[in-house]
Design a protein around this ligand. Structure first.
Ligand code: GLN
Length: 451
């Protein structure tokens, strides 16, 4: 049914870069056989799933939205993909994304934009717009995304879906094509909070292949949803992110959701996070610095594209021609920014200062969580904007991430949950909750109460 749905609507939505019909049908048939044979299977066995193209998949192309990886077929599965396969889920294919996960609209994909199913002229968010659009358009019930500065949560906000960035280190990054290694986290994109929790339980857990993976036993997130109870829960509203900079309808639905929680026994208090306003500036130095280093491996020798200048060329000339042809403008912009920020003489002024701001943001979280159990903010400032509206204005694009970036800088978990429709434009909006590191279950508790 989902493959039929993809056939019917993906021409207009363009959520997928690759659909593996044969393998999906074979996997589904295998699950049916095992079920008929009485084999005990997990709760999600047989459920289809879409996979963001940032995750490498054995035998399936994996481009991360870039020309430089066009045609590359990885020899192994990323750990989260391996885990969903082992749990009996059925990968349908790979979803569109901003090139190397840089962006908030999916317009930076080298393969053309994805369209928001609510209004095809609008952006589906980014960088994981493909995963969010696939779930919102019923092409897939579940999807995997990656969130470095909001790429799971902001697409969820603009498509009326649920998106979760787990605690840094909760889900393995092995096989996730790295954007910024200290910020990247893999997580669920779904239509309900319970679906997200069930998928979270499948993908989380220690992985010796990822040195930053947390060696711990996690409680069941699905249990947290099913037992949801917010009585006595202290919810802190971040004053700095409840301001005029946010669209009226986004704030209206945000406060209505808080009122619902209050009626169910939660206590709403105002908290201040004075350093959050510097998050974007710090992030857009730290991220390009790490990305410029991570992207150095695309050198025309090891992966994907190789362009040889006419008449041949030296190794350096081949590398330069390949990177010139293979990377899009946003990727080049960030490589230049990151290389500059890391260069001798500027390192302390830019990268060093940004790391200090990162510590201050972490301290804001520590101070807030000394008083409250979770924090609440609108997920993003506005509803889905029009395709093309911010494409030529990188700063305007970056400002979308104001509410999502602090969680990545601090490594704490975050969830975006649909909070209704903005009255002024009829488009979906989300509310974001943030919890201390390793307390992901608190997000599912609050989410379960709202669902
Ligand atoms: N919009 C952010 C950026 O462009 C989000 C990236 C992400 O989470 N992958 O960096």
């Amino acid at each position: 049914a989902h493959l039929d749905r993809i056939g019917a609507v993906d021409g207009a939505v363009h959520a997928f870069l690759h659909v593996d019909t044969q393998r999906a049908l074979a996997t589904a048939a295998d699950i049916d056989r095992r079920r008929a044979a009485g084999e005990p299977l997990g709760e999600l066995a047989g459920v289809p799933i879409a996979v963001k193209d940032v995750l490498v998949t054995e035998g399936m192309p994996s481009t991360a939205g870039s020309r430089i990886l066009e045609g590359w077929v990885p020899p192994y599965d990323a750990t989260p993909v391996r885990k969903v396969r082992e749990a009996g889920l059925v990968p349908l294919g790979k979803t569109n994304m901003d090139e190397f996960a840089m962006g908030s609209s999916t317009e930076h994909s080298a393969y053309g934009p994805t369209h928001n199913p609510w209004d095809l002229e609008r952006i589906p968010g980014g960088s994981g717009g493909g995963s969010a659009a696939a779930v919102a358009s019923f092409e897939a019930p579940l999807a995997l995304g990656s969130d470095t500065g909001g790429s799971i949560r902001q697409p969820a906000h603009v498509t009326g879906t649920v998106g979760v960035k787990p605690t840094y280190g909760a889900v393995s990054r092995y096989g996730s094509i790295a954007l910024a290694s200290s910020l990247d986290q893999i997580g669920p994109v779904t239509r309900t909070v319970l679906d997200a929790a069930l998928l979270h339980d499948v993908i989380a857990g220690h992985d010796p292949h990822d040195s930053t993976s947390i060696p711990t036993e996690w409680p069941s997130m699905a249990e947290a949803v099913r037992r949801a109870d917010v009585s006595g829960l202290r919810i802190g509203v971040v004053k700095e992110l409840d301001s005029d900079g946010f669209q009226a309808g986004v704030r209206q639905r945000f406060h209505e959701a808080l009122t619902l929680l209050e009626r169910n026994g939660a206590e709403i208090v105002e908290v201040s996070a004075p350093n959050f306003e510097y998050s974007i500036a710090a992030y857009y130095l730290i991220l390009p610095a790490e990305a410029s280093s991570n992207l150095a491996k695309f050198d025309s020798v090891r992966f994907g594209l190789r362009v040889t200048p006419s008449g041949g060329g030296t190794v350096e000339q081949v590398m330069a021609a390949t990177r010139e042809a293979g990377f899009g403008p946003e990727v080049k912009r960030r490589i230049i920014l990151g290389t500059y920020a890391l260069s001798a003489g500027y390192y302390d002024a830019y990268y060093g200062s940004a790391q200090k701001v990162r510590t201050l943001v972490q301290r804001d979280f520590d101070a807030a969580f000394a008083n409250v159990d979770v924090l609440a903010t609108p997920t993003a400032p506005t509803t889905a904007f029009k395709l093309g509206e911010k494409l030529d204005d990188p700063l305007a694009m970056y400002l979308n991430d104001v509410a999502t970036i602090p969680a990545n800088l601090a490594g704490v978990p975050g969830i975006s949950i649909p909070s209704g429709i903005a009255p002024e434009d009829g488009l979906p909006v989300g509310i974001q909750f943030l919890a201390p590191a390793r307390e992901d279950a608190r997000l599912y508790n609050v989410g379960g109460a709202l669902e």
